[in-house]
Design a protein around this ligand. Structure first.
Ligand code: NOJ
Ligand code: CA
Length: 568
């Protein structure tokens, strides 16, 4: 009797304890228990460059709002908008001076609300970008912090006395060049900044900082934001003893001695902070995407948390570094990420990384290569995050003269480091001057390719990159194997053609990607995988084939995609 009742108590107790975790998740969208963001396609939008509604040359929230119908047409479910908070714009918004407002350059709170509503009406969620590691030096917290060593905010940042005669406390360098320590003559102390001196690092060891930052996320969840992309999470914590980093041979593009960032990058405490942000996110069924720069799969896996208490969507940024474009390179990487047992988050490019179109172009098959890349990462298991303009084949437009550079790291590191302007140019809407982005002077120049690579022109061309993306995303949203299926590589020894199956409950989609500039002929025997029919029903392809394809011989011209359904 006694045993029974204690069992009952334990059962009730465990149900009670499990309740918050259960309510934290929104209703699953499928039989697999997947959450909405696992079926969603995300796109990053760089607000300065998307659409300028008031023709001052800078994109804005009203501009984004006016494109919600386009995004829906394309098949985007959520947009991550790079920081639009008040900012001195030293790092174009990644230097936030107020987490709970909109920069007048981008609009007002009312504009935000209108944009959020128009997004909702089109089933598009708004993901904001939360700069967790640092604030602007103009944030009121830092102004207080730097006013005196006894100010209550002093401990909100990382201050340290000099080591000897005005020498920085250690050898840490900023990832944007120079020492990571900035001298403050008034306080006779240095403060620490992993990025620009105008971006002082917050002291995450201070519980008040944590609480204030958690509250800032609540502020936006309450106003309808469905999640955050968390900026620079790797560097949230520093070794409290400020131990010198081991030096490495050679100098970087800023002329600084290379070093292993052993004591200020990816400290174990990071996950605790992320789990705290996750607890808050769970109160609102929100999703957290991480800017997670990892060197290997185990580092990436760690960001999910051993018990999935960390980020739901740590970005696989290793994916952006893969080269050359080859079946073997991508097969190997996907095998490792997919095999980790977590939900992959593939990213091809963003506002810090040269556009994929330019990375892989061979000068002859550029548009076809763009379709191959899309055919791959939009059919893999996981959630993709696209970068605005990728869907029309936007290329990098790097500055050719130092005086044209806007990004400070380009000014500092020129000519070795040209900065990130090239991947941040205005979205190309049509073939009118400035690609229809603005009638003013755009803050960055539009490349000449806008005349052919723009939304209006590509909408009309059934073979455009844009229509390929649109058709592919429509397929991805409706095909159960693409939504929920597993990933199985096939023909693994083929060094030119990357092929795999996505299988779900007896259904399967075969994806075949010719990643070479040479025509290829491939055949598949899928009996071992349970699909012996020998034929595929074409779902989407860039080869001239029929409605069905014999698996005994598929002819693939250079850089082509074939996606078909196979049966038993
Ligand atoms: C990563 C952002 O993506 C980048 O643009 C920024 O410069 C740094 N974090 C610093 O916030
Ligand atoms: Ca504007």
């Amino acid at each position: 009797m006694r045993r029974k009742s204690s069992c009952l108590v334990i059962l009730l107790l465990s149900l009670f304890l499990a309740l918050p975790a259960m309510t934290a998740q929104s209703k699953p969208v499928d039989a697999e228990g997947h959450q909405w963001w696992q079926h969603a396609v995300f796109q990053e939008i760089y607000p300065r460059s998307y659409m300028d509604s008031n023709n001052d040359g800078i994109g804005d929230l009203n501009g984004i709002a006016s494109k919600m119908e386009y995004l829906k047409w394309l098949g985007v479910d959520a947009i991550w908008i790079a920081p639009a908070f008040p900012s001195p714009q030293v790092d174009f918004g990644y230097d936030v001076s107020d987490y709970e407002a909109i920069d007048p350059m981008y609009g007002t709170m009312d504009d935000f609300t209108k944009m959020e509503k128009r997004g909702k009406a089109n089933n598009i969620g708004i993901v904001f970008d939360f700069v967790v590691n640092h604030t602007s030096d103009k944030h009121k917290w830092f102004l207080e912090s730097s006013s005196s060593t006894t100010n209550p905010y002093h401990e909100w940042y990382i201050w340290k006395d000099p080591k000897g005669a005005n020498k920085p406390p250690n050898n840490w360098t900023s990832t944007f060049g120079g020492s990571a320590w900035q001298w403050n003559p008034k306080l006779n102390q240095f403060y620490y900044h992993y990025f620009y001196p105008q971006q002082p690092d917050l002291n995450w060891r201070n519980p008040k900082v944590k609480a204030a930052m958690f509250d800032a996320t609540r502020f936006w969840y309450k106003r309808g934001v469905v999640g955050f992309r968390l900026d620079a999470v790797d560097t949230l914590y520093e070794d409290p003893n400020l131990t010198d980093n081991p030096t490495l041979p050679g100098k970087n593009e800023y002329g600084d001695q290379e070093q292993e960032r052993k004591y200020n990058d990816k400290l174990p405490e990071v996950l605790q902070a992320l789990a705290g942000l996750r607890t808050v996110a769970d109160e609102y069924s929100a999703v957290l995407i991480g800017e997670t720069w990892t060197d290997n799969i185990s580092e990436l896996k760690a960001y999910y948390g051993a018990h999935h208490e960390g980020l739901q969507m740590p970005m696989d940024l290793m994916f952006t570094q893969l080269k050359p474009l080859s079946a073997a390179v991508f097969r190997k990487h996907v095998e490792a990420v997919d095999g980790s047992g977590e939900w992959p988050v593939y990213v091809m490019s963003n506002h810090d990384i040269k556009r994929a179109y330019s990375r892989f172009a061979d000068g002859k098959h550029d548009d076809d290569i763009a379709k191959v890349m899309a055919g791959m990462y939009l059919t893999l298991r996981g959630t993709p995050i696209m970068y605005y303009g990728e869907e029309i084949g936007m290329k990098n437009n790097d500055p050719t003269r130092k005086e044209d550079v806007k990004d400070p790291i380009g000014q500092l590191g020129w000519p070795e480091q040209k900065g990130r302007d090239g991947e941040r140019t205005p979205m190309q809407w049509n073939d009118t001057p400035n690609a229809g982005f603005t009638t003013g002077i755009p803050w960055l120049p539009v490349p000449m390719t806008y005349q052919t690579h723009n939304v209006e022109a590509e909408k009309k061309d059934p073979n455009s990159i844009l229509n390929f993306y649109k058709n592919l995303l429509a397929l991805r949203h409706t095909n159960p194997a693409l939504l929920d299926g597993d990933y199985v590589a096939v023909n693994q020894n083929d060094s030119n053609v990357y092929s795999y199956l996505r299988r779900y409950k007896g259904q399967a989609v075969l994806v075949v990607l010719n990643m070479s500039g040479i025509p290829q002929n491939v055949s598949f025997d899928l009996a071992k995988q349970g699909f012996s029919n020998g034929e595929a029903k074409t779902l989407l392809s860039t080869i001239n084939g029929g409605e069905t394809q014999k698996l005994s011989g598929i002819s693939l011209p250079p850089y082509t995609v074939y996606i078909g359904e196979v049966t038993k």
